[in-house]
Design a protein around this ligand. Structure first.
Ligand code: SF4
Length: 333
């Protein structure tokens, strides 16, 4: 049987993970590698299971994206959209089923769906939240899905020819970036891209969270613009990009153009991050990386939602009291 090789690749979220804590990046990318095999040692097996856990925000966001992707697929097939209430009920049923599975089954076996082994919040005291905190999350997921039906994007999408829907979160897109002689696959999942009648390509990133600063997503979106230019031949000046906040009104800042200078600047930052990651890895092609070469974060704040804490004795310790911790974190900005 062919053996899988953990060769190096990059995505915006992996870069963010490395920036947050290189050691956590190691756990996520290398520590659990092979943990699915019968012969794996118990620690590797457990780290692998932890890499498969979701947290409540990623989990609800995943299901909203999944249902929106199916709705866009219907539009692309020129089929009728199901009523909003039907979709919201299906979403709620899925969330209830997976929540129950996560709470019940801590064996790490038989995931409720491919890639979902449970919720971090069900891992025990440090991660748990009160029952009252679940309901607003689920309500917001429903609001987000309903937001798609009321979005300014929907009428535009219904008006374009299906062949002009270029991306809908269905496939992983990859472009190669050369870094010091190594061809690094850069992966991205593009939520939605479509071409309107004047030839402009609109790239939309669905958000289920609260709107943040206008520049918050620039580096992620600039990578999409780079991909479209390089792999699909769309000039940067023919692209408009932006987040669409499905559960909030107003749902958008207007989609923005991006200059080639900004794309170049983000690519330069990406190269720097990739070089830093590669400097920790022994063999990026064969996937050899030693834990001790990946330093732990200096900020205990970053450890709060880290699933690997039990395997990380070197992690920074928070100050004695929570209020002191918060003060220290604020002072470090
Ligand atoms: S516990 Fe903290 S230091 Fe350790 S891997 Fe997680 S985030 Fe990094």
């Amino acid at each position: 049987m062919t053996r899988l090789v953990n060769s190096f690749s990059y995505s915006h979220s992996r870069g963010e993970l490395f920036r947050e804590c290189p050691r956590r990046y190691w756990f996520a990318r290398y520590g659990g590698w092979g943990g699915w095999e019968r012969s794996a040692d118990p620690v590797t097996r457990e780290i692998y299971r932890l890499t498969k856990l979701s947290n409540r925000y990623l989990w609800t966001g995943h299901h909203v994206h999944d249902r929106v992707e199916r709705l866009v697929a219907r539009i692309a097939e020129k089929g009728p959209l199901p009523p909003e209430e039907e979709e919201r009920k299906a979403l709620l049923d899925t969330l209830r089923r997976e929540y129950a599975h996560s709470r019940r089954d801590r064996s790490g076996q038989n995931p409720a769906r491919k890639g979902f082994w449970g919720l971090l919040e069900h891992e025990g005291r440090d991660f748990s939240i009160s029952d009252a905190e679940w309901k607003p999350l689920v309500d917001r997921a429903g609001e987000s899905l309903g937001g798609f039906y009321r979005s300014w994007v929907l009428p535009e999408l219904l008006a374009v020819d299906p062949s002009e829907i270029l991306d809908r979160d269905a496939e992983l897109r990859t472009a190669l970036l050369e870094v010091d002689g190594l061809e690094v696959p850069v992966h991205m999942k593009i939520d939605l891209a479509y071409r309107v009648s004047d030839g402009t390509v609109r790239v939309v990133d669905w958000k289920t969270g609260r709107p943040g600063s206008p520049d918050e997503h620039v580096s992620q979106l600039a990578l999409y613009a780079w991909y479209y230019g390089r792999e699909r031949g769309v000039p940067v000046d023919r692209i408009l990009l932006g987040p669409v906040y499905l559960a909030y009104r107003p749902e958008k800042a207007e989609l923005q153009s991006i200059s080639s200078g900004s794309v170049d600047a983000v690519l330069a930052e990406t190269l720097t991050t990739i070089r830093e990651i590669l400097s920790c890895i022994d063999d990026p092609v064969l996937g050899v990386a030693r834990k001790e070469r990946f330093p732990v974060t200096s900020r205990s704040f970053n450890c709060r939602d880290c699933p690997f804490r039990a395997f990380c004795p070197d992690r920074p310790r928070p100050p004695a009291s929570r209020s002191d911790d918060n003060a220290a974190e604020l002072a470090s900005f």
